[in-house]
Design a protein around this ligand. Structure first.
Ligand code: NAP
Length: 323
């Protein structure tokens, strides 16, 4: 199919759930020319074509995606990345982030790490709410989500399907992360509050199932293995918690009595000032797919460099149907 010259071309690297889901969504809308999703064996086709936007939806860590980002930037493409650490790469490796930023500026393209979390619930949405709040409020965000739809590699990285001993060993080895990207979200909010490098205390607890669980797609988790995580990140300043982020993810939240919700609470001296609830929570898979699909136009319109979601307007579908 040939497309008019003014239609943006999007190339998708990563043929897992997210890459395939965004490709389907964009094709269904028919507003962008979509190439892919491509797997590892078609890396050069995915990254080197000079598409207007390259979406990299492969994995989590900056180190594992940075060469792919560089390749797409060299080809003159704007780059959207789902890897959680890329939401603020400066926290992970400031020199590397600055190098890629400079390369993007020189090439006149934008790099953005985004998704639902990080990318919306714990950062962009919080900043929007804080826009109407008094300067002295503290923030607490809690997300309780069904993670059963994630593929096995993502669940393993979160820490699901393991014995408690394997979970602890995985955490020590840096292979089990819980959900990743909270320091990135907190730093994005922190910057808006004048806190450049937040001091963050993480905690990550396994949730072990006492009953065997069968996921919708037939995967099984035996009794005595991890079926979820409960993690909290506390960002402090002068001994006070100014941002608490709590994430509870489970493959069968009802089995442990968890109700799905995203809750943003503003407090002053421990008293609730405002509370905003999304019930049920934004769904992990389709929510992330929409944030990324709805980020294509804002990335195309953005200034060059490695930006974060606080630098851009909200993800929004311009929608050819809307007039
Ligand atoms: N920010 C957010 O809100 C957000 C939301 C959703 C997902 N994510 C992240 O985005 C990533 C993709 O999610 P997903 O649900 O699509 O995962 P997935 O279903 O496991 O798919 C990942 C795909 O990428 C490939 N891949 C993995 N590592 C790669 C690498 N280093 N180079 C090239 N290809 C690689 C995998 O291929 P193989 O099968 O060959 O390994 C697989 O096809 C995950 O890390 C996830 O944590 C972030």
């Amino acid at each position: 199919m040939s497309w008019p010259a003014d239609v943006a071309r999007v190339s998708i690297y990563g043929a897992g759930q997210l890459g395939s889901g965004v490709a389907s969504l964009l094709r269904q809308r028919g507003e962008h020319a979509v190439d892919g999703p491509f797997g590892r064996d078609e890396r050069e086709r995915a990254l080197g074509s000079g598409a207007d936007v390259v979406l990299i939806a492969t994995t989590t860590r900056l180190a594992d995606v940075v060469d792919d980002i560089r390749r797409a930037v060299r080809a003159g493409s704007n780059v959207l990345v789902s890897a959680e650490e890329t939401a603020n790469p400066y926290l992970v490796d400031p020199a590397l982030a600055a190098e890629v930023h400079d390369g993007a500026v020189a090439a006149g393209v934008t790099v953005l790490g985004a998704g639902l979390n990080p990318g919306l619930v714990f950062d962009a949405l919080v900043l929007t709410v804080l826009g109407a709040a008094a300067d002295d409020v503290d923030v607490s965000v809690s997300r309780t989500v069904d993670i059963s739809g994630f593929g096995t590699p993502v669940l393993r990285r979160i820490g699901v399907g393991l014995t408690p001993t394997e979970f602890d060993e995985g955490v020590r080895a840096g292979e089990v992360l819980g959900h990743a990207g909270f320091p990135q979200s907190i730093s994005i909010v922190g910057r808006a509050r004048g806190i450049a490098v937040p001091s963050i205390e993480p905690s990550l607890a396994a949730v072990v199932t006492s009953e065997p669980l069968t996921l919708r797609d037939g995967r099984e988790i035996a009794a005595g293995r991890t079926a979820g995580v409960d993690q909290t990140y506390r960002a402090t300043r002068d001994g006070r918690t100014w941002y608490e982020a709590r994430f509870r993810g489970h493959v069968d939240p009802a089995s442990v009595g968890w109700a799905l919700a995203d809750v943003i609470t503003l407090t002053r001296d421990g008293e609730v000032v405002q509370e905003l609830t999304a019930r049920p929570c934004f769904p992990a898979q389709s929510g992330s797919q929409h944030v990324l699909a709805n980020s294509i136009d804002r990335v195309l319109a953005a200034r060059p460099g490695w930006l974060n979601v606080a630098d851009l307007p909200p993800a929004a579908w311009s929608g050819s149907a809307a007039s």
